[in-house]
Ligand binder design. Structure first.
Ligand SMILES: Cc1ncc(COP(=O)(O)O)c(C=O)c1O
Length: 390
């Protein structure tokens, strides 16, 4: 009999469940570093990869496997490699797919730590990166070199919510013989499925919306089994593995992902429309706003705008800090994707380690604030921000 095809809402709750002999209803949490063999022959067969089964939790763990299966089902991926954090997902991806002498084309609008990884760390190991405009597909084609192996993008970007046209970029990457990796952290598979649009790899910081409640760090790399085999081999050897406990927490988070993403988008749109009316706000960046320069692409590529809104206040850093310091309810913290609304001043926090030139090139002004709109009442979030506009 054919397996039924389930909707994303169902997969987020049901995919990846494999019950133990106790038939527990909620997913089992296997807190164990290693697994026991029935005999020396079984141990040898497992180590030789001649029979399936768990050996050691740096390699596989049933709770982590459940998370991997569920996220793979949601992204429409053949396989998922779970990692200790979003940054270790990016590291595992590049260590698995690239070698010294390779070249990467990456968006200029990437998350600050991702830029540091590509420039300061991978640069030391002979992997060169060219940074280009997120939105200009022709610039990506122009940056290709004979040794280009990877395109790396985040869409929408952090914090300016710039989009890239995934389908168009996938075509350019294919023509260049490179793989396209998309960090899908802001949208999650509920709002956008990059593999369906032609991307080769999806990256997640599960720390964000997948957990959704700001509790644990986690990450994932998704794609075809063949492509990700060296990514898994790197992880198994080098060890930035997702812990069983964190996998279990994120599995529970995934159960409400569809509901949360719809609610985050609804609240963010309402707040963005209000921010546009504020005299002290010179610009609002949100893909769900008709004023967003890529509104048409957002409508086509994403199910809704997501939960991240950036806005520029007049008066530079001083005015931006006044808004931050006047809040009493929203959390002043760098994380995002939480039920609790979080507020960040990117120029002095998440993007503070970039040089002023790099920040200017990425469009991160001193008056810019990023709000990750949570699930509190929008009226209360508005009230908290309004105090800083007085
Ligand atoms: C878009 C994006 N990718 C990756 C990361 C890194 O994830 P983690 O903090 O889980 O390592 C972040 C963190 O903020 C992010 O915003």
């Amino acid at each position: 009999m054919d397996e039924p095809q389930y909707d994303l809402e169902t997969l987020a709750i049901r995919a990846g469940i494999e019950r133990s002999q106790f038939n527990e209803h909620s997913e089992g949490l296997y807190l164990t570093s290693s697994f026991v063999f029935k005999s020396a022959a079984e141990a040898a067969a497992r180590f030789a990869n001649k029979e399936p089964g768990n050996i050691y939790s740096r390699f596989t763990n049933p709770t982590v496997s459940a998370f991997q299966e569920r996220l793979a089902a949601l992204e429409g991926a053949e396989t998922c490699v779970a990692t200790a954090s979003g940054m270790s997902a990016i590291l595992a991806c590049v260590m698995g797919l690239l070698s010294a002498g390779d070249h990467v084309v990456a968006s200029r609008s990437l998350f600050g730590a991702t830029v540091q990884l590509f420039t300061n760390i991978l640069g030391r190991f002979g992997i060169e990166t060219s940074f280009v405009s997120q939105t200009d597909t022709a610039a990506w084609a122009a940056a290709v070199k004979p040794n280009t192996k990877l395109f790396f993008v985040e869409t929408p970007s952090n914090p300016l919510t710039e989009l890239c046209d995934i389908a168009a970029l996938a075509q350019v990457a294919r023509q260049a013989g490179a793989k396209l990796a998309v960090d899908n952290c802001f949208c999650t598979p509920i709002l956008q499925r990059p593999l369906d649009l032609g991307a080769d790899v999806v990256i997640h910081s599960a720390t964000k919306y997948l957990d959704g409640q700001g509790r644990v760090l986690g990450g994932a790399v998704l794609g075809s089994k063949e492509l990700l085999e060296p990514v898994y081999a790197f992880l198994r050897t080098a060890g930035p593995t997702l812990s069983a406990f964190n996998a279990w927490i994120i599995l529970k988070g995934l159960e409400t992902l569809a509901l949360r993403m719809e609610a985050h988008s609804r609240n963010a749109l309402e707040l963005a429309l209000w921010l546009e009316q504020q005299p002290r706000v010179s610009r609002v960046y949100y893909p769900g706003l008709p004023s967003h320069p890529q509104f048409a692409l957002a409508k086509h590529q994403q199910k809704s705008g997501g939960g991240i809104v950036a806005f520029a206040v007049e008066g530079g850093q001083e005015a931006a800090w006044r808004v931050v310091d006047a809040t009493r309810m929203v959390s002043i913290t760098a994380n995002l994707g939480d039920t609790k609304t979080t507020l960040t001043h990117p120029a002095t926090t998440t993007h503070g380690r970039l040089s002023p030139e790099q920040r200017a090139a990425a469009g991160i002004g001193d008056g810019l604030l990023r709000i990750a709109v949570g699930l509190e009442s929008v009226a209360d979030i508005r009230g908290d921000l309004a105090r800083g506009f007085l």
